[in-house]
Design a protein around this ligand. Structure first.
Ligand code: UDP
Length: 236
């Protein structure tokens, strides 16, 4: 038995960089692919949004003189690079995938639409939703909440390198404590920077639960799917 039938998994680009701190660490990518295979084998329908922070972020680009919109477009292209990398790593271990892009760029990926995505999911293909929302001034967190709602996912799983939502950043404050669950509103009031506020608001307003967990520990994705309480559940 799986706790969720259809999920939207958000992976950060930054964690793909692994020890290198930039670009793609192949071992890390393969490890993620293996975790995804484990839950694919259990019959879970999987949509994935992956960030691009390991390659380029529009906002940091503006600080270096890049035009914001072009910088964000570069960031969206970065998510496509990561999506292709993940698709390739999944293909190498026998998991069928489709890359759907928010911006038209065939043959790199198919142009996204909700019904196509759902059809592929029902056909047991992992659907990788690339290029965020396709618009500047957004992030892949917002892209995930949007796509999670569109594909009618049961939950948005946010795979990070921390164990869940803490009272403060546990990497900076050793006294920080973890929430097992928290409401959207409390997360917003406390200004907990686990994900973008606009993404949280979108999930709240449309009632898409979020589960934040540590994806950098092998086997954790499967544990979440089996209903083990290893992270933080964000809900109404
Ligand atoms: N981006 C964008 N619109 C979107 C999604 C992403 O403009 O809908 C750009 C934005 O510049 C962002 C970059 O792509 O900084 C990479 O995405 P993100 O920062 O969310 O990646 P992550 O932090 O998850 O690695």
């Amino acid at each position: 038995m799986t706790k969720f039938k259809r999920i939207l998994l958000k992976l950060s680009g930054e964690s793909l960089a692994g020890e290198k701190g930039y670009g793609i660490d192949e071992n890390h990518l393969t490890e993620y692919a293996q975790q995804i295979k484990e839950i694919h084998d259990m019959g879970v329908q999987i949509g994935i949004v992956i960030g691009g922070g390991n390659i380029f972020r529009g906002l940091s680009g503006t600080a270096k003189g890049f035009d914001r919109v072009k910088g964000d477009q570069m960031g969206m292209c970065a998510t496509v690079i990561n999506s292709l990398g993940l698709s390739s790593a999944l293909g190498a271990i026998g998991v069928p995938t489709r890359v759907l892009t928010a911006i038209r760029m065939e043959p790199i990926g198919e142009f996204y639409n909700k019904w196509k995505a759902i059809r592929h999911l029902e056909n047991k293909e992992v659907v990788i939703l690339a290029a965020g929302t396709g618009n500047p001034y957004f992030t892949t967190d917002t892209g995930s909440s949007l796509r999670g709602l569109e594909i009618e996912a049961d939950v948005m799983l946010k795979g990070t390198r921390v164990d869940g939502v803490y009272t403060a950043d546990p990497e900076k404050d050793p006294t920080a404590t973890k929430f097992d669950d928290i409401s959207y509103d409390e997360m917003l009031e406390r200004n907990l920077k686990v994900m973008d506020l606009s993404a949280i608001v979108m999930c709240r307003d449309n009632n898409l639960p979020i589960y934040v967990f540590n994806m950098d520990k092998p086997g954790n994705l499967k544990r979440v799917i089996e209903g083990e309480n290893i992270g933080t559940y964000v809900h109404r």
